[in-house]
Design a protein around this ligand. Structure first.
Ligand SMILES: *Cc1c(COP(=O)(O)O)cnc(C)c1O
Length: 356
């Protein structure tokens, strides 16, 4: 039995794998594979419509917020966001909280001015900035709600910053209840918490669009995707289907509030266990710790090597820390079960007893 703690692509519910593989052979008893059907057919239109309405329902979105399924991963959004929202002479406010925020900042600078309104660079990204000074003239504020590599997460949203809020939620989308209507644009690559790689969820308040004075290439203009219902060109059919199945699963679990309660529990028991082991170091400030990506190191590289080997022998997959951080990273996405967390806990405790 494998326990998949990988940071992304990551674990999905077992039933999603089952259903997705059935659809490859015979989609909805059509006698056709999901991989060969036309995207402009009722067969697929039903999938797209259901995926869209599940997002609206699970996130309780109002009618101003449009739900899109796009290509290109979150990385494409790093440039598509400023291209659609930031004029060349204007300023966008960005928070600098780690690798992913840094990449978003780099792309925004290609389109306009960037003002860093909160940074955790001084702490080597082991904290989140708390007091943001956002100029009222900023086109928008961009935040990265969960820094997947550093292992930090925003626990208080800057809802009252006074300008439109744009959020990269790639690694904590649908993991906790937020006031999603307070965001004007949310984007997330699907492969961390809501499906397979190849599709991007974008939620945009349509009222903020159409205000830049540059020409936007057709495929990069959100308005065209809204008009065409995410079918401007061939959508990533299979990835949208897997996302839809995962959304169905989430609804069956009781929705975002129900999964949040489980996610809180998983993070709590793991952090508590790690804190109790003297040779383990948790680099992230307690109040800024991510509930999705738990990062830790050990006081001795030798111990780390032994524990890594132990993980391998016990089917604990994807626990190696990002190369820029070292140590370990245990990802606790929605589909990771409490029993996988418990298996990790026993391994950790057994290891601590032998090597303490
Ligand atoms: C993984 C990740 C990305 C990049 O996603 P791609 O789909 O690979 O482009 C961006 N932001 C965050 C927070 C991520 O975790």
């Amino acid at each position: 039995m494998m326990h998949n703690f990988n940071a992304g692509p990551s674990v999905l519910p077992k039933e999603v794998f089952q259903q997705a593989s059935e659809a490859i052979l015979n989609f909805n008893n059509s006698g056709l594979s999901i991989l060969e059907i036309g995207h402009r057919t009722p067969l697929f239109e039903d999938v797209m419509n259901e995926a869209r309405s599940l997002v609206k329902e699970l996130m309780q979105l109002d009618d101003d917020h449009e739900v899109l399924f796009l290509h290109g991963g979150a990385t494409t959004q790093f440039m598509q966001v400023p291209m659609n929202l930031l004029n060349e002479q204007d300023v966008a406010a960005y928070t600098e909280t780690g690798t992913w925020a840094g990449k978003a900042i780099k792309e925004a600078k290609l389109f306009g001015h960037v003002e860093i309104v909160g940074s955790s660079k001084d702490t080597n990204y082991t904290t989140m900035p708390h007091d943001l000074a956002v100029p009222g003239t900023a086109a928008y504020l961009h935040i990265t709600t969960n820094e997947t590599i550093a292992g930090t997460q925003w626990h208080h949203m800057p809802y009252d910053c006074g300008v439109p809020i744009v959020a990269d939620m790639s690694s904590d989308i649908l993991s906790r209840v937020l006031d999603f209507n307070k965001f004007d644009l949310i984007y997330a690559g699907a492969q961390k918490n809501m499906g397979a790689a190849g599709v991007n969820l974008v939620i945009v308040n349509k009222n903020i669009l159409g205000k830049v004075n540059r020409s936007i290439p057709t495929i990069l203009d959100y308005r065209n995707h809204i008009k065409e219902g995410s079918m401007l060109n061939t959508p990533p059919v299979f990835a949208v289907y897997v996302a839809m199945l995962t959304l169905r699963w989430l609804k069956a679990q009781g929705g975002v509030a129900a999964i949040e309660a489980i996610n809180n529990k998983k993070a709590e028991v793991l952090y508590n266990a790690l804190e109790a082991i003297p040779f383990i170091k948790l680099p992230i400030a307690k109040e800024d710790r991510s509930k999705m990506n738990v990062v830790f190191t050990m006081d001795d590289p030798q111990k780390e090597a032994i524990f890594m080997q132990l993980c391998k022998e016990n089917g604990m997959y994807g626990v190696k820390g990002h190369r820029s951080v070292g140590g370990f990273r245990i990802s606790l996405y929605n589909a990771l079960t409490m029993s996988s967390v418990e298996a990790m806990l026993s391994l950790l405790n057994e290891f601590a007893q032998k090597n303490g």
